[in-house]
Design a protein around this ligand. Structure first.
Ligand code: KE4
Length: 427
């Protein structure tokens, strides 16, 4: 696509924006192609600057569970603009969304709105440190919780994709307070706690890991984290920025029946506009400024347009049978792709939780960062480019998750499977 408008724009963008993008994973660096510049999107499709349409499984990295430009969400946001874009003052909209989140996620008794998942996790960790008076945190290799300094240690997503899981610019003094365990390995957690007795403020975990590809929790893993956190007085934080309202209306904690002390949210609760949130037990949340001393703030926190998009989105997610329909669509396409790989003799390890799914280019099971990192990323790159050529837009990295929206039709899913069959055969 050398002389495509996307390529021309990418050349131009690199003059004024580092790497030509405002978020690294968008650069397609790991899949050996220039990124598409998107002009518009509707339902399950995105359209690039050259007018090419693609069946979209990125969905803005998770928010677009309804599909793009849902008429009810779009109309509400357009109307909200006429009342003003931002006041820097409290609005009833913030109460409405807060109450919807609290009603959806029983472990959340109070919630604070912010403008990104990074802000949500960064703030939740500060609150856990303030609540416990402890400095250390435990995260898991390959999990990604946004780009705050404490969390860019053995991080997933773009950090893993570009081989900088420990980013330059994070002082060793910060990083040493971040202890890293192995996902799905409770012994690695217990060992870290034993070596750092009474110094661990929180464990932050993606209850369904979505940033090393999609890696479900093994039987007993989340329950084991809950038990050890209760025993040790450690705050258990479920980072549900991706899985919240995605794998169930109540998130992964509803699916697996494990109750964290705090939850972080984002993506879907903004309906495509910038929203993050963190919430949990009243006794913890009440330490947050101005109720308590742990400071956290944001000019655009609770922005009325973003609240409006989130409220309308959650209303639509409450429709009868929404998640059942999404489950059927997701199972159909993920199983279809897995069968296509098998028929073509291409070794794929397929994973799926609800409408989050992934095809690992691996002969072996993937259950943590080490096994994910062993995947054939070159083969994934070839598959990605071939699927793009077939009009299917996957996440441009082996270490990401594909998302199905309710707007994907049966024909979209059948066409996706047929495209995958052709691509696997050509690998
Ligand atoms: P944001 O700051 O990007 O809104 O959220 C950070 C974050 C926190 N927690 C989890 C579980 C996440 O998945 C994310 C962000 N996800 C990536 C996609 N893997 C965002 C895409 C990007 O970085 O451009």
């Amino acid at each position: 696509m050398q002389n495509s408008r996307s390529s021309q724009l990418f050349q131009k963008a690199q003059q004024s924006i580092p790497g030509g993008v405002n978020s690294p994973v968008r650069a397609f660096r790991s899949v050996g192609s220039d990124p598409l510049f998107i002009k518009k999107a509707l339902g399950p499709r995105i359209f690039d600057e050259d007018g090419n349409g693609f069946i979209d499984y990125v969905g803005s990295w998770g928010p677009m569970i309804l599909g793009h430009c849902h008429p009810q969400v779009a109309a509400a946001v357009k109307a909200a603009v006429d009342s003003g874009c931002s006041f820097g003052a409290p609005t009833e909209l913030e109460i409405t969304l807060a109450e919807m989140v609290i009603a959806a996620v029983p472990s959340i008794e109070m919630v604070r709105m912010v403008s990104s998942g990074t802000e949500a996790t960064m703030s939740a960790i500060r609150l856990a440190r303030g609540y416990t008076g402890r400095d250390n945190i435990i995260k898991f290799s390959g999990c990604y919780h946004g780009h705050s300094d404490s969390l860019l240690v053995k991080a997933g997503s773009g950090a893993a994709t570009f081989g900088v899981p420990d980013s330059p610019g994070v002082p060793a003094d910060f990083a040493r307070h971040t202890l890293t365990a192995t996902y799905n390995d409770l012994d690695s957690v217990r060992a870290l706690i034993a070596e750092n007795k009474d110094t661990v403020a929180c464990i932050i975990v993606e209850p369904v890991a979505g940033n090393m590809g999609t890696v479900p929790p093994r039987e007993g893993f989340l329950e084991g984290l809950r038990e050890v956190c209760t025993q040790e007085g450690i705050v258990l934080i479920f980072d549900e920025v991706m899985s919240g309202f995605r794998v169930a209306y109540g998130g992964a904690q509803e699916v697996y029946g494990v109750t964290p002390d705090m939850t972080t949210l984002g993506k879907i609760i903004g309906g495509g506009l910038p929203v993050g949130a963190f919430g949990g037990k009243k006794e913890i949340m009440s330490l947050l400024s101005p109720a308590g001393g742990v400071y956290q703030a944001g000019t655009l926190s609770g922005n009325p347009l973003a609240m409006t998009a989130g409220i309308e989105t959650l209303k639509l997610l409450q429709q009868d049978g929404f998640y059942q329909k999404l489950e059927e669509k997701s199972a159909f396409v993920a199983q279809g792709i897995a069968k296509a790989a098998q028929d073509a003799g291409v070794p794929i390890y397929s994973t799926r939780v609800g409408s989050m799914f992934c095809a690992f280019f691996s002969q072996n099971p993937v259950y943590d960062w080490e096994s994910a990192a062993a995947c054939d990323t070159a083969a994934f790159g070839k598959y990605f480019r071939a699927m793009l050529g077939e009009g299917v837009y996957l996440a441009p990295s082996q270490f990401e998750t594909a998302f199905v929206s309710i707007s994907h039709t049966e024909k979209d899913l059948e066409d996706t499977i047929a495209a995958a069959a052709r691509c696997f055969k050509a690998l």
